[in-house]
Design a protein around this ligand. Structure first.
Ligand code: ZN
Length: 357
């Protein structure tokens, strides 16, 4: 028995009619395949279905276990590959090859990167794997449109058509292989998580509005890492920085890393009009005695003559904030992809139900 039309419709929407094995956009040439065949007791439920192109459907069915050649796809692998495509579609981070109809492979001899750029990168990448991953993005044929989410290469949503046209000059000037290399900006993104009165998770942002250089949008607090910082120094400097930013004492703040989660991608610096490689690494912040002013969804902090403006966003709400998305679609989507909408892997920074209206 085949899957019901309603089940198939749901599957094809979730995968955007992309084949879950080869990533091809299938249009009408897509089928719902059984992960566990019906003959072996597989159900006609959506959990047992994977959208595939004709070729891939035939390939998973053609494996003959009595004459094994190569390695068949296990049900667990098929489910994992399907769920990865669902997640990419949901977060708007489709691989470049799919999004742009660009199937060019990574060049065998990558673009030569300038020595100064590689030196800088070596000093700020946290390990060899991250270094090689980022070199791969910079040398890729689709530069600057590619980004990496902890090693997963995806389309960088910041490069919409409009941005591409307005920023072409910047891309032509600041090149990874030219005399004027792009800037490298290693940032610890400091995730401060709270819960609203209904228990829904929120993240703290601040409004960047310095005249002339501000991004005019809500941003996540961050600190720029120095070259060759030790891990201990790094987290202590992060804590010191965010404590000063919120007007708290240093010893009431602690910062931890989030399992080496990172996002790396290239975009213009909206304040200074050059091209920057952003290397976002994610950290979580714990505040032992958060100040009362911070418990409002729109919070203000006055320090002498300046005022800082904060806002607690539900993660999905950020994706609907046009100003934030214009400058930070890459980071916002990366958080969605790496941590999911309910950010379950990010520990709470403040006590439960800390936020009031
Ligand atoms: Zn396929």
């Amino acid at each position: 028995m085949p899957f019901s039309p309603a089940t198939k419709a749901r599957l094809f929407i979730r995968c955007n009619r992309l084949c879950c094995l080869c990533g091809k956009q299938c249009g009408t040439n897509i089928e719902a395949a059984h992960i566990i065949p019906e003959a072996q007791g597989g159900t006609n439920d959506k959990s047992n279905a994977i959208p595939l192109c004709f070729d891939c459907h035939q390939e998973i069915g053609a494996y003959d276990s009595s004459h094994p050649r190569g390695n068949s796809f296990t049900p667990a692998e098929l489910r994992a590959r399907r769920d990865r495509v669902y997640k990419l579609v949901e977060s708007g981070l489709l691989p470049v090859s799919v999004q742009w109809g660009d199937t060019r492979p990574i060049p065998a001899v990558p673009r030569r990167l300038s020595g100064a750029l590689l030196d800088r990168l070596r000093a700020v990448a946290l390990d060899v794997a991250m270094y090689e991953d980022v070199v791969g993005i910079l040398g890729h044929a689709s530069f600057p449109k590619m980004m990496s989410l902890s090693g997963e290469r995806v389309f960088n949503p910041i490069w919409t058509d409009a941005l591409w046209h307005t920023e072409q000059r910047v891309v032509a000037t600041f090149r990874p292989d030219g005399p004027t290399p792009l800037r490298v900006m290693p940032l610890d993104v400091l995730l401060i998580k709270g819960e609203d009165r209904d228990g829904r998770p929120c993240l703290l942002t601040y409004f960047s509005s310095k005249p002339g250089s501000g991004w005019q949008a809500f941003l996540f607090p961050f600190r720029q890492r120095e070259p060759n910082e030790s891990q201990g120094a790094r987290l202590s400097l992060d804590a010191e920085d965010i404590a000063a930013f919120l007007g708290l004492s240093h010893d009431s703040v602690s910062v931890s890393t989030l399992e080496d989660k990172y996002a790396a991608g290239v975009k213009p610096d909206f304040g200074y009009h050059d091209l920057v490689l952003y290397l976002f690494t994610f950290c979580s912040v714990a505040l032992t005695s958060p100040p009362r002013w911070l418990s409002k969804q729109d919070a203000y902090f006055r320090l002498e003559h300046s005022e800082r403006r904060f806002h607690w966003f539900h993660p999905e709400e950020l994706e609907h904030d046009a100003a934030a998305m214009r400058v930070n679609a890459d980071l916002i989507r990366a958080i969605h992809y790496l941590f999911a909408t309910t950010i379950p892997g990010v520990p709470r920074s403040v006590p439960p139900r800390f936020l009031r209206e």
